[in-house]
Design a protein around this ligand. Structure first.
Ligand code: GLG
Length: 828
């Protein structure tokens, strides 16, 4: 092979691969070339989409040489890399991020000016790939950004859903889901490689056969699909590194099954094609509550088998699989890719003909598992029935793994049948099924939670027997967020201010924000900081006016709660606070003029089948329209609920926020990552002692954080005593009045039935103890109001939040994984 990254032998190709010239002229030339030669249009006749596509291709061209170089470097170094297996990547728009990585923003802006094009019009063209639901998918996107920035070899593997998370609209205040056809106009960021498609099998049966005296098993599948890889660039920040995200798209193996076609059944032939291609058609819109649908298991196996096969195929032909753990670690992002464990075993034992024990030893070194939840209903379980039908050989392998595991458990703990039943990978009730989290725990070299509290509860409450059985296997890596997208790009004003104060190094070394602490005492800096916040609110105002026709009022505190709609996250608690404030004014007990003006902003999608969540969305909108239009409120309370909250909107909302609502019931939110983004952008948090809130509060200090509510042990104690929400309703006048107002039909045109299910659910069930935390929340909100009245002190606290949250960079999370789990140093 030639020393040249292109592997080309033509003498002209041997010149170093470079991108287009890094000058305004060079950019313009390349842009016009792309417009003419790739889009086939002259500038004068180009559409906005043509111009966006050509512009994106131009940015891409600057990254291309580095990408090719990096792939070559990684091949040659034969260094150990990370295969991040994730069913979701919530990437957000790519253009600005990729432009930032090249350092060409100024040149590109100037270049477009010479063409008479406003770069903001180009930005607006991009449809974000919403290939994820919420925190878990966005975390994966932050992690691959950090790995590229750290120069660690990584391929992110996932699914190229044709339809990502649905587009949310409201009709009469109720959520309506629209398909997200993000690929309708084509994506300039993807590189399809149909020639590298892999065949993925399903169904059929297994059989044993005699392999020169050894009895072996093999799988005789019933049907196949093709997995076609699409590559995306994952550039590091100004370091010339570009990793790869490889997403798989399903394609029928034979567009027409000839046998069926010849027999005259054309429709049947086309139908089987559609069936195969359904696998990557749509992202399941459930966040933290899997549905156990067959198609979902197909999706999981499809992308994991393709990814493992893809990695193995990249190794030299004479590679000894015994050395796999020196070359790869497969990181399991939640249980979705756990079917990869029996898949690797199948490949090693059935195909590479390894002894079971050897294969198992290797497999246990090649996987590590991250758990992202504490909700028992969120831990995936697949029925043995379904698994046996879809992946019969994998089921056999899982049984054997379990049998051998339980033998070890007996050796350790004796015939403690209760414990054995509790630890078995196969559960018997209510149906025989496979507990994927247990399989991942048994197979994984390490198991980690995503924040200190979560990891502790994982060890002590969710998997205590496993923690005892595997000392040292459990660890914590607190989540992080990428400072490139969530500060540098989303908050240019703050970024400039920080860089002027402490230099530009913070973008890749976020702990340096500590140096801002002294600036918190500097009046001039505080004024500048407050001005940035005000400017960000105006920027947000522009966006909301353009997309939803709503206004943000001057002088309002911006109080923001954005995240998936879940009862455990307690949007209802926020709503009860709003109704309490409103009720105080309309009943005349509080003068409107005494109320601190606030705008409450919600952003939240509900899973389409989650009825209670959708009712809560309806109620938020209903309360909003009543409160916003009631003259007695004198415009001092506003409720905004812009539909279709996504990464693009988050990037505008978070930098504008004054107050960040992180109010889940303690012990329910594994980490949260929005909480980190808000604090890093200078919002103060009102929050419970849950997930990463605990660590945020420890770092920023009690004086700069509004803590309320029960702690996790207090929650447990209340459950143990017996929780009766109605008692809390009786005991608190404010709560009673707020609930009664909702029940009275005040927000439903007098109709008492519409929101009755919400009210009675809270009164008689209230799994997430909204009523129990209400009074403490209201009291803390009063402190928020008082604190906000002293703007200068508030700003000082906000600066300290920024200064003390450098820990929450995903670069730090990645370093933790690298040092404690992966052992994959950067490739220089
Ligand atoms: C989960 C959790 C979040 C967590 C995120 C990333 O609910 O608390 O921050 O993963 O680890 N399902 C999720 O989004």
């Amino acid at each position: 092979e030639s020393a040249h990254p292109l592997g080309a032998t033509h003498p002209l190709a041997l010149a170093p691969v470079t991108g287009p010239a890094s000058s305004v002229d060079g950019f313009v030339r390349q842009f016009l070339r792309n417009l003419n030669y790739e889009r086939g249009v002259p500038l004068s006749a180009s559409t906005p989409n043509d111009r966006y596509m050509a512009f994106a291709m131009t940015v891409r061209d600057y990254l291309m040489a580095r990408w090719l170089e990096d792939q070559k470097r990684q091949r040659e170094a034969q260094a150990k890399g990370v295969a991040y297996l994730s069913a979701e990547y919530l990437l957000g728009r790519q253009l600005d991020n990729n432009l930032l990585a090249t350092g060409l923003s100024e040149i590109a802006t100037a270049a477009m000016e010479t063409c008479g094009i406003d770069i903001d019009d180009l930005r607006a063209q991009e449809v974000e790939p919403g290939l994820g639901n919420g925190g878990l998918g966005r975390l994966a996107a932050c992690f691959i950004d950090s790995l590229a920035t750290l120069g660690v070899p990584n391929t992110g593997y996932g699914i190229r859903y044709e339809y990502g998370i649905f587009r949310q609209t409201f009709e009469d205040g109720q959520q309506v889901e629209q398909p997200d056809s993000w690929l309708r106009l084509g994506s300039p960021w993807e590189f399809p490689h149909p020639e590298a498609a892999r065949t993925i099998s399903f169904g059929g049966h297994t059989e044993t056969y005699d392999d020169e005296g050894t009895e072996r098993s093999r799988w005789v599948p019933a049907w196949n699909v093709l997995a076609v890889p699409y590559n995306y660039m994952v550039p590091g920040y100004l370091n010339g590194r570009v990793n790869t995200l490889r997403l798989w798209s399903a394609k029928a193996t034979n567009s027409f099954d000839l046998r069926v076609f010849n027999s005259g059944d054309y429709e049947e032939a086309v139908r089987s094609q559609t069936f195969a291609e359904n696998i990557s058609k749509v992202l399941y819109p459930e966040d933290s509550t899997p549905q156990g649908k067959e198609l979902r298991l197909q999706q999981q196996y499809f992308f994991v088998a393709a990814s493992i096969g893809d990695f193995l195929a990249s190794l030299p032909a004479d590679f000894d699989p015994a050395n796999l753990p020196d070359r790869i670690i497969f990181q399991l992002n939640d249980t979705h890719p756990v079917i990869g464990v029996p898949e690797l075993m199948r490949v090693l034992v059935d195909e590479k003909k390894m002894a079971w024990e050897d294969a198992w030893g290797i497999t246990q070194k090649c996987f590590a598992y991250t758990c992202h939840t504490l909700l028992p209903e969120a831990l995936e379980v697949w029925s043995v029935d379904l698994l046996g039908r879809l992946l019969p050989r994998h089921l056999e392998i899982i049984y054997r793994i379990n049998d051998e595991f339980l033998v070890e458990v007996r050796e350790r703990f004796g015939d403690d049948e209760m414990r054995i039943r509790n630890m078995s990978i196969i559960s018997e009730f209510p149906d025989r099924s496979v507990r994927m989290a247990f399989l991942a725990t048994v197979a994984g070299a390490k198991v980690n939670g995503v924040a200190e509290l979560h990891s502790q509860l994982l060890r002590e409450k969710v998997l205590p027997d496993f923690n005892e059985f595997y000392p040292g296997k459990f660890t914590n890596v607190t989540n992080g967020v990428t400072p490139r997208r969530f500060v540098r790009l989303s908050n240019p004003g703050l970024s400039t201010l920080i860089t002027e104060a402490i230099g530009p190094g913070w973008v890749t070394d976020l702990e340096r924000l500590r140096e801002l602490e002294t600036y918190a005492e500097d009046t001039q800096f505080r004024d500048a900081f407050a001005q940035v916040k005000a400017a960000n609110k105006r920027r947000l105002g522009d966006v909301l006016r353009a997309r939803d026709g709503v206004e943000i009022s001057d002088g309002h505190m911006l109080d923001v709660m954005v995240k998936r709609l879940h009862e455990y996250k307690r949007q209802m608690l926020k709503l009860l606070h709003i109704v309490t404030e409103y009720e105080g004014i309309v009943s005349g007990r509080v003068a409107a003029s005494d109320v601190q003006p606030r705008t409450f902003v919600f952003g939240a999608k509900a899973a389409p089948g989650y009825v209670m969540a959708k009712r809560i969305i309806h109620l938020i909108n209903a309360v909003g329209s009543v409160v916003n239009d009631d003259p007695r409120v004198e415009g001092r309370l506003k409720v905004l609920f812009p539909p279709n909250y996504n990464v693009t909107l988050a990037e505008r909302l978070i930098p504008a926020a004054d107050l960040s609502e992180q109010i889940s019931l303690a012990g329910k939110e594994a980490s949260g990552t929005g909480n980190m983004k808000f604090a890093l952008n200078g919002a103060l948090t009102i929050g419970t002692d849950d997930g990463a809130n605990v660590e945020i509060r420890e770092l920023v200090g009690d004086d700069n954080f509004f803590l309320f509510g029960m702690s996790e042990p207090e929650v447990e104690a209340l459950w143990a005593r017996g929780y009766k929400p109605a008692e809390f309703y009786q005991a608190d006048d404010g709560l009673r009045r707020a609930m009664d107002l909702i029940a009275s039909g005040a927000f439903s045109g007098g109709d008492k039935t519409v929101f009755e299910p919400i009210v009675s659910n809270l009164l008689y069930d209230d799994r997430f103890m909204v009523l129990a935390d209400y009074s403490s929340y209201i009291a803390e909100q009063a402190k928020v109001d008082a604190a906000y009245a002293d703007q200068d002190a508030w700003t000082r606290s906000a600066i300290l939040n920024v200064a003390r949250c450098g820990f929450f960079s995903s670069d730090r999370s990645m370093r933790d994984y690298i040092e404690r789990i992966w052992h994959t140093p950067p490739v220089i």
